[in-house]
Design a protein around this ligand. Structure first.
Ligand SMILES: CC(C)(COP(=O)(O)OP(=O)(O)OC[C@H]1O[C@@H](n2cnc3c(N)ncnc32)[C@H](O)[C@@H]1OP(=O)(O)O)[C@@H](O)C(=O)NCCC(=O)NCCS
Length: 180
């Protein structure tokens, strides 16, 4: 397991799946905002790749996020689009509604940076998020990510086009223990 100050990132367990499905992916608004695609229901027991991890997949590493104290499941974290030629990847995360606003998101970003830069030897990490996602923007910026651009009207979300912000962090800019 990878540990931060408050949360740990571990492998997906079978009993995480119904909780993540009910609390993250069955929620039409949350899912539409986070997924970059149209919401559709996930059939219980299906092998939906957002929930059921294929360990052979090289381009994506999925974690379940747990509280360090007690081990309660609080969300998901993903390093995706791993490009070993250009040594870059993207970060994604989603916390259960009751676990938001407690500093966990900031901590998850820190742990994903450690995994990307130290464990995987990547040079650049990238995040795309909706321009109105203040908590995600702040979680990224506290870890040193800088805003590199706005993708105007790039996301169709529940009846409207929204802007996305692209943030990047290079290995040499990353300060592991200094969250701004
Ligand atoms: C986005 C998300 C991962 C952030 O994690 P979090 O644990 O809620 O965020 P944190 O508690 O670490 O807060 C980070 C900062 O944002 C601020 N913040 C938290 N919730 C906020 C809100 N709703 N509005 C404005 N600011 C907020 C915090 O005060 C904190 O700022 P500070 O460091 O100056 O004190 C989480 O809210 C989430 O899972 N949301 C739904 C899914 C999602 O949007 N995923 C990202 C898709 S790209």
């Amino acid at each position: 397991m990878l540990s931060g100050g408050k949360v740990g990132l571990r492998a997906r367990h079978d009993d995480d799946i119904p909780i993540l499905r009910a609390e993250l992916y069955d929620d039409v608004v949350n899912s539409s905002r986070a997924e970059g695609g149209p919401w559709r229901p996930i059939t219980p027991g299906s092998k939906d790749p957002r929930l059921v991890v294929d360990d052979r997949e090289q381009g994506r590493v999925q974690f379940s996020v747990v509280e360090l104290e007690g081990g309660t499941l609080v969300g998901t974290a993903t390093l995706w689009g791993i490009d070993t030629h250009n040594r870059c990847a993207h970060i994604g995360l989603g916390l259960l509604p009751s676990s938001r606003g407690k500093g966990y998101g900031t901590d998850v970003v820190a742990v994903l940076c450690h995994y990307g830069f130290v464990v995987r030897g990547l040079r650049r990490l990238q995040i795309e998020t909706l321009a109105d996602n203040a908590a995600m923007l702040r979680s990224a910026e506290r870890n040193g990510f800088v805003r590199e651009g706005v993708l105007r009207s790039s996301a169709w979300v529940m009846g409207e086009f929204l802007d996305e912000v692209l943030l990047g962090l290079l290995a040499e800019e990353w300060k592991p223990d200094a969250r701004a």
